[in-house]
Design a protein around this ligand. Sequence first.
Ligand code: ATP
Ligand code: MG
Length: 642
Amino acid sequence: MAWGGGAMGGAGAPFAGSTAAGSNLPFAGVPSEMQERVDKLLAHEPVHDHEVVVYEPIASDTLPFSLRRLVLPHRRALAGAMVLVVIETVALQTGPLLTAIAIDDGIRLRNRAVIAAVAGLYVLSVLVGAVTSRSRIAWTGRVGERLLYDLRLKVFGQFQRLSIDFFSREKAGRLMTRMTSDLDNLTQLLQEGLVQLFVQGLTVVFVSGVLIALNPPLAAITLLVVVPSMLAATVWYRSASDQTFDVVRDRIADVMAHLQESLSGVRIVTAHNRQSRNVAEHRTIVDAYRRSNDATAMVGGAYGGVTETVGMAGQVVILVVGGRWVLNGSLEIGELVAFILYLAAFFAPIQQLVQLYNTYQQGQASVRKLRGLLAEEPSVAQHPNAEPLPLLRGEVRLEGVSFAYTPGRDVLHGIDLTIPVGETFAFVGETGAGKSTIAKLVNRLYDPTAGRVLLDGIDIRGATLASVHAQVGTVPQEAFLFGGSIRDNVTFARPDASEDEVIEACRLVGLSDLLERLPTGLDTPVHERGVSVSSGERQLLALARVFLARPRILVLDEATSNLDLRSEGRIEEALDTLLEGRTAILIAHRLATAMRADRIAVIHAGEVVEIGSHEALVAKGGRYADMVATWHRHGQGSASEE
Ligand SMILES: Nc1ncnc2c1ncn2[C@@H]1O[C@H](COP(=O)(O)OP(=O)(O)OP(=O)(O)O)[C@@H](O)[C@H]1O
Ligand SMILES: [Mg+2]
């Protein structure tokens, strides 16, 4: 686990820094006028009780995922299905035995009563078979659906549990495959396959028993011909199919990944005339998938062919040997007929088993893929003894924070920084300097590789993830909207917000105009990813969302970068209201936005190179002063800035 990496250095208790956690002492360095505003805000604002839906991070399984462990909790239901199956099998397998009795004791001895009785029993067995078969199919279908239901929730839970880095590593399309194609692949096995494996296996055992009882020497000959060659074929098939089915799983994931990217990036595809190139690429990928399926068909075909031949050979041997025994009088003809009928009943389930084994192997390939996914541990994990953060006042402190997305390539180097309660603090700096990365560390989307992040003096690695995310509100650089209404999107962090609060939040960020223009107002649907609204509107909605959440610490990463100057000016006022008494971290390329902060830090190549108020930094004549000078040259505040 990421936790416990030894970077904490606290003697004894891992969170030795959390001195002020329990006490109500103000933090050192809180300016008195700030203190007043913060107290006012704290008095007015609710404790974060909208955290009512307690998210229980899905406990990780200590044991690897397997078919057996999936099935185990449902063993009772499966056992029920098995009972039905046994009744069904016995009922359906009495036919040949009754036929033998009818021929030998009825027809040959010309005993009508026996024939009539046997016919009656035959009808009865068929009826029993039909009725049990019907209930068994319904039952196994239900059990299979339950298993799939469990599995779907398990996989989705795992997606919710994993940390951001996993999702930036894995292609969305490949992950979708685990949830769609891999699960579908298991459907057949779980719904019918497992029980059928049992039914057919049982049939084979039952029929073998009958064959042995009927005529031990004939049975011995049959089994000697059949069993060793079947076993050899199965062992070969198992090793050959494992690989081919794994390849199929990977190829279908490639197909889905390419499809997903092409759909999400459709605008760029069109804009850069990549359509035909895309089709060509897709053709290559689909072709690889086709070829992988061809390979499994070849392997499966070879296995099926061998087993069928073995079955035929068995029947030929019995006809030759049994026929001679009938001729020399050591075997009754009825017995031979029954034997041959049972032989057919012996090979039918074996053929079925071959098919099922195919399904089973295919399902196992999916199980292996899902096992890999379910074994993935979140890199940003909640400590087992984590406690919720108390209601924060809002001091943010970074202590020697370094961070690397890929090990060894630090993008932040030993950042030390304290943002006192209630301060509005801005980060400016070149593209790729590491500003967004700092934001991601403050609300613990990632853990620093060295150093620590403290909120009100509490190391956030010791707090529950939910409590950190509830009190640190973030508007990320790429605002995201979900498919749903505007209302759904705004109330995302606080589904219990009242209508008035929602309208107020929208008004504050300047969305009133948009809402008035829309005939259905708040209930207007927005498209997934927010492609049906403009980028600026998307940002406004993201701002309204965070307004409504009333976090104690606010992180706005280029939250107003897509707004025209007038809109930005309009929400400046709203921001002032929202930021009052709240700690805020603004990340901005536009200096007009950064200027409004109490203090500004210039980030350069992952380090804080300057820090101070706008005036102080301009007076200092360093990087910030250069930035301001450039900005002025390009016409500050005029429309030409856009
Ligand atoms: N998920 C990631 N995996 C690997 N490297 C990343 C990842 N995200 C960002 N980086 C790298 O980390 C560095 C800092 O990125 P960051 O997003 O913090 O920059 P930024 O200062 O916010 O830039 P911008 O002004 O363009 O938003 C960049 O060099 C970037 O390439
Ligand atoms: Mg950024």
